[in-house]
Ligand binder design. Sequence first.
Ligand code: FAD
Ligand code: DHB
Length: 390
Amino acid sequence: MRTQVGIIGAGPAGLLLSHLLHLRGIESVVLERRSREYVERRVRAGVLEQGTVDTLVEAGVGERLKREGLPHHGIELRYGGAGHRIAFERLVPGRCITVYGQQEVVKDLIAARLAAGGDVRFEVDDVALHDIGTDRPSLTFGGERLDCDVIAGCDGFHGVSRDSIPGGVLTEHRRDYPFAWLGILARVKPSSEELIYARTERGFALHSMRSPEISRFYLQVAPDEDVAAWPDERIWAELRTRLETVPGFALATGEIIERSVTPMRSFVAEPMQYGRLFLAGDAAHIVPPTGAKGLNLAVADVRVLTEALARFFASGSAEALDGYSRACLPRVWRAQHFSWWMTTLLHTFDSDDAYARRLQTSHLDYVASSDAAGTTLAENYVGLPYEESL
Ligand code: FAD
Ligand code: DHB
């Protein structure tokens, strides 16, 4: 078997890449380890930058997103007994974010690929990469062999692609945080119209949502937290303690329909390419979710990779492909910094002394009261413009 681009992973990065390549007349095959049901149900991100929404709409996969997505023009920072709104409409006029579940993006992309006759294979769990340092790379899986011109490693942080690159090529930057997030989805009307990022002495909490009937919450917990230690009553009690900190706010509770613990870490592998293998999304970099950047960065990588591949297949010249990593990394590092910044601004660090806590409060006060500082948060949160310099 042969294709132009062999794509490993049917997450947002792999599926969007396959779809955008199709729109440019370039063939691909997507190989995914999990089942279709599994990837369509995996609850993760929810905040889409303006540029992500525009990318999906322009690619013809934004019809349901436009209909069901919830545009948001601000977020609340809640701490010290008060709420402080970061008003996007004033600080970054004309830009906003849209709340729409990652698994809905994945469903829309799978439907579009299958409707166009795309080749997306699920439950392929033994993918191996070969000859990536040559111009005839290939993939093997389930006794089959797929010859490719190029391979895209879109298989997330724990995939096989990055580890297939010979030792010594990549520089890996990494930071682990001394906490994790317990995320839950609950069948209950959101108690707030906008997202609430809450800093308390007991740790961080986030109130988000998916629809007028479904709410999404996150709690800062210990890094090795066992989800079994969190029965419903404990989750609601802790969310109440961390969110009911301003006068008149009451948290509505309901049936918890999903719960999971996510470790918090920052990671970048540089360069994001080797030979004919190109890494995109979480396969190349991850951020702690506080800045809501991971999925959006995956989309930004894929935009650049699509353009580079289109030029490669049109001209035969690898110049644009050679510039892929260089074109992506400035945005990757901006998101790394912003995600670290939001994480340190809002979480409780056991190692912090009273001085460090006072600094954190002063920083929050500054972001809440200064338009200059508030704009720093807002423009990063809604997403900086794409600068594609291949
Ligand atoms: P993934 O979604 O991880 O997809 C990789 C795919 O590859 C998976 O389907 C996997 O099964 C498959 N795969 C892995 N190994 C193999 C293999 N060997 N062979 C074949 N297939 C393989 N980001 C935001 O932008 N906004 C948010 O609000 C946000 N919130 C988040 C909240 C949580 C709790 C979490 C966990 C993440 C959040 N993120 C957020 C991050 C976002 O979910 C990820 O950055 C995003 O999923 C990256 O997409 P991807 O396609 O690169 O990787
Ligand atoms: C959601 C996730 C995030 O990481 C975040 O910063 C905001 C919202 C969410 O899943 O809704």
